[in-house]
Design a protein around this ligand. Structure first.
Ligand code: FAD
Length: 492
């Protein structure tokens, strides 16, 4: 099909649909006709409110004003995730977004820290990470030189509304309607149009499937295939509920491991998003609902909503003239808040390979290859949290400790325990995060790099003390999270 793509149809208007519409309309709107079809009657999944720092760059790419975005979405800042009871009951750690310590050319900071720890003068690993200290002190400021890595929490339905307004300014057109049929070109098998209830037909050159877990175009019509990862990520269900805020929002997400599940708390300005993620083979829906409702603070504002999911990836995220973005492309459970990141990755990758001169099989292959690498790395990082636990108190945790893991992850764990080194594969999204989570879960390397032993003890003491001093000094310049947030909101 060597037809230039001029008419893009986005099916679905959740976070994925509106992020896609926003990017395409802002960056290519003058060359394209963009139509988004969504159905109020069907609605959206209604969760997905914690993000990672890459969203800041997505907003910068689109020229979205941070204060306006925070005001419109009841947003707050996020510096990381507090993992409670994951290593073992009562043993908590924070995975913060920043860099810990300072590397040298030959080895990472963890090697210096390991020797200092052996010699008795190092604090906790996280003490040398500004974002971690700021999260725990509930502080936040974006200062010109503090380089703080941050993300956001926001209300997902308000975010979709905000992006809808944004996209419409740049020419995207919204059509309300339920897609009842996806019509194909008989010769090519490419999608020709979407038929809506009432008979209206929306034609296009290219279709973006943002219909969520239904995957109406990419799977139900084009049968792109699905690779299940549920043997590595056994959770397949969640219950979500919103509660009133009873305390000012903290700048981090909480992830609290339970007997056979984990619970999230996402603090927004006006309310808290709560949920429990569990494996139906270890816990019933009713028991999970009860456990969640017994562990919330503040009045529930919504009825608890049960969501069923399967972890895995769509084998071809771009197939023929259809691209899957969002839940239609697959799902990794929400432990590290990575789905919205994967949405934006697919959007940016599609922009880079945009088929303005027609659809090229080489571009499709490259897209699918890169998308697979991206999602596999994140998958391994998420599995790590379950695998490297010391918990043996329930059948669920015993399964996680003993389950098989992908070879790519096994290599990463072995390399770290044998040498203290974390391999960085090209465009690795989480770099420092691996060390933070591995140390946090109690994994300790057998040795550190020999270069550290070359350093005289006084020099090592100085090096460690200097880093601590520099983090302390940066921390002292930060405002309280709520004070800073209030100042940001005043700017709108
Ligand atoms: P949806 O929100 O389901 O939107 C689908 C759209 O398609 C809707 O507009 C719907 O009306 C439309 N549609 C469907 N069928 C039709 C039809 N026949 N006709 C017309 N329109 C139709 N991600 C994160 O990054 N951070 C998190 O903290 C996080 N937490 C999560 C927690 C849970 C329990 C789950 C399940 C997911 C979580 N995610 C998270 C993932 C996140 O929710 C999604 O990636 C994100 O919301 C995008 O969803 P979507 O737009 O693909 O699908």
């Amino acid at each position: 099909m060597n037809k230039a793509v001029k008419r893009v149809v986005i099916a679905g208007g959740g976070t994925a649909g509106w992020m896609t519409a926003a990017a395409l309309s802002k960056l290519m709107g003058s060359d394209l006709e963009i139509t988004l079809v969504e159905s109020e009657q069907i609605g959206t999944v209604g969760v997905g409110e914690a993000t990672i720092p890459t969203l800041v760059f997505f907003h910068r790419l689109l020229g979205i004003d941070e204060a306006e975005f925070l005001a419109a979405t009841q947003g707050t800042y996020k510096l990381g995730i507090r993992f409670e009871n994951w290593r073992d009951i009562g043993k908590d750690y924070t995975h913060a977004f920043g860099v810990t310590g300072r590397d040298c050319w030959a080895c990472g900071f963890q090697h210096f820290w390991l020797r200092a720890r052996d010699m008795g003068f190092a604090g906790d690993f996280g003490e040398y990470c500004l974002e971690r200290r700021a999260a725990e002190s509930e502080k936040f400021s974006r200062l010109p030189n503090n380089g703080l890595n941050y993300a956001f929490h926001f209300d997902a339905s308000l975010y979709a509304r905000f992006l809808r307004k944004f996209s419409e300014v740049y020419g995207a057109k919204r059509v309300e309607g339920k897609i009842e049929q996806v019509l194909l070109h008989p010769e090519t098998g490419h999608i020709r149009s979407l038929r809506l209830n009432g008979g209206r037909e929306i034609e296009g050159d290219f279709f973006i499937d943002c219909t969520g877990m239904q995957a109406l175009l990419i799977e139900k019509t084009l049968h792109a295939g699905f690779e299940s990862w549920s043997h590595w990520l056994p959770c397949d269900s969640a219950v979500a509920v919103q509660t009133e805020a009873v305390a000012p929002p903290v700048p981090y997400t909480r992830s609290i491991a339970r007997e056979s599940a984990w619970q999230w708390r996402i603090p927004l300005q006006h309310r808290v998003g709560n949920g429990i993620v569990f494996a139906s083979s270890y816990q019933s829906d009713d028991s999970a609902r009860q456990q969640l409702m017994g562990n919330i603070t503040g009045q529930a504002l919504t009825e608890p909503k049960l969501i069923k999911f399967q972890t895995g990836r769509r084998r071809k995220q771009w197939h023929k003239n259809c691209l899957a973005v969002g839940l239609s492309s697959g799902f990794l459970e929400p432990l590290e808040s990575t789905s919205i990141h994967l949405i934006q990755q697919n959007i940016v990758r599609f922009l880079r390979l945009f088929p303005d001169q027609g659809i090229s099989p080489v571009a499709i292959d490259e897209f699918n290859r890169e998308a697979e690498v991206d999602v596999q790395r994140i998958r391994d990082f998420i599995i790590l949290h379950y695998k490297v636990t010391e918990r043996t108190d329930t059948e669920f945790w015993r399964y996680c400790r003993n389950m098989s893991i992908p070879d790519t992850l096994a290599r990463k764990i072995d390399l770290f325990t044998e040498t203290g080194h974390v391999n960085r594969d090209g465009n690795e999204l989480f770099v420092d995060s691996w060390q933070q989570v591995m140390f946090g879960q109690g994994l300790m390397p057998k040795r550190y790099h020999l270069l550290v032993d070359v350093m005289p003890e006084d020099e090592l003491r100085n090096f460690i003390a200097q880093i601590k001093h520099s983090v302390d000094s940066s921390l002292s310049k930060l405002k309280g999270h709520n004070e800073y947030l209030a100042e940001m909101l005043m700017r709108t």
